[in-house]
Design a protein around this ligand. Structure first.
Ligand code: HEC
Ligand code: HEC
Length: 281
């Protein structure tokens, strides 16, 4: 009977050690899932067209509307109308002979105006495949027909004004929280002291327009204020992540204690067992 108790105690000790080692693994796996969930939520947040695209069915123009909302309305407005006086924001029309080519390869017909249409085709370092470009041209082709599908609103969990402006104006080139798409035309950026000036006045790169209303862009000072508030919230989220890491640090401390207690339990029970068996000899 005593022997059975001892064996059970040893088993309990072993379980504690195993738990102490395994729990941090579990915690890590969960952390990973958490990060993943946050990522896809963020993706849904800024993907200006996600919802509309899901409802696109087999109507290419509806898919195109979602893509156009994400990538094109920043400069060309919802239906190619002028949304500012600057050269990047003048009206565009749909021309079936050139549209696909212009979207895939970009265009710079007036080098003097210091702004060019970026190339969106994958082959030219862009983010759209051929089928997506065809969906966009199918959407543009509806402009004159009276059957233009509505542009989906950004699918945002927290649709505060700055987030909406980011989704409609910046996301198409800079992706989720400025992570970019790994190409020079669609690069990553981190908000800093210069960000406001870049947004307002543009950048020396000829594919980066000045969005400020004083430079002929569509964003008023209060729009840019709202955008600043939204960009600052990325920093706050970063701080949260750091706090989470500290939490998992203390969880690891707890696990070390579990392992230690388990080892002590095994040694104690083992020692007592050996002493008993000696004294009974
Ligand atoms: C950075 C602002 C910007 C974005 C974003 C942008 N364009 Fe343009 N687009 C321009 C500029 C600037 C021109 C004129 C370039 C030139 O001729 O020098 C232009 C020209 C065009 C033209 C040819 C002009 C015309 O009147 O026919 C088409 C078509 C066009 N864009 C479609 C698109 C589509 C579709 C998208 C989204 C995939 C898009 N653009 C995204 C800035 C932009
Ligand atoms: C047509 C694509 C396009 C759009 C739309 C766009 N950007 Fe950019 N942005 C770029 C490119 C390309 C660069 C890098 C230029 C270079 O370094 O040559 C850039 C650079 C920047 C920089 C400077 C990064 C650095 O470290 O120098 C900031 C900040 C920035 N963008 C913020 C924004 C914000 C905020 C918006 C929305 C209001 C926006 N951009 C819209 C393409 C775009």
């Amino acid at each position: 009977m005593k022997r059975l108790m001892t064996v059970l105690a040893v088993i309990a000790g072993v379980i504690m050690v195993v738990a102490g080692v395994a729990v941090p693994r579990l915690a890590l796996a969960q952390d990973g899932d958490g990060a993943h969930a946050a990522e896809s939520a963020a993706g849904a947040e800024s993907a200006a067209g996600a919802e509309g695209a899901a409802e696109g069915g087999d109507n290419p123009a509806a898919w195109g509307a979602a893509l156009y909302a994400t990538y094109c309305q920043a400069c060309h407005g919802p239906q190619g109308e002028s949304i500012g006086s600057g050269p990047a924001f003048s009206a565009v029309t749909y021309d079936p002979d050139t549209a696909h080519d212009v979207i895939a390869h970009g265009v710079d017909s007036d080098p003097a105006d210091a702004i060019a249409m970026p190339a969106y085709g994958e082959a030219a370092g862009g983010v759209l495949d051929d089928e997506q470009i065809e969906q966009i041209t199918a959407y543009m082709a509806t402009w004159g027909t009276g059957e233009t599908p509505p542009l989906p609103e950004p699918n945002l969990e927290h649709p505060e004004p700055g987030a909406v402006i980011y989704a409609k104006t910046c996301y198409g080139c800079h992706g989720d929280q400025g992570a970019g798409y790994d190409t020079p035309t669609f690069p990553a950026f981190e908000p800093d002291d210069h960000t406001r000036r870049v947004v307002q006045d543009g950048h020396e790169s000829i594919t980066v327009p000045a969005f400020g209303v004083e430079q002929g862009g569509p964003l008023s000072d209060s729009d840019i204020d709202a955008l600043d508030v939204y960009l600052a919230s990325w920093q706050a989220e970063g701080d949260h992540d750091a706090a989470d890491e500290e939490d998992s640090g203390s969880a690891q401390g707890l696990n070390a204690v579990l392992v230690l207690v388990g080892v002590i339990a095994i040694l104690t029970v083992g020692g007592v067992y050996m002493m008993r068996s000696r004294s009974s000899e």
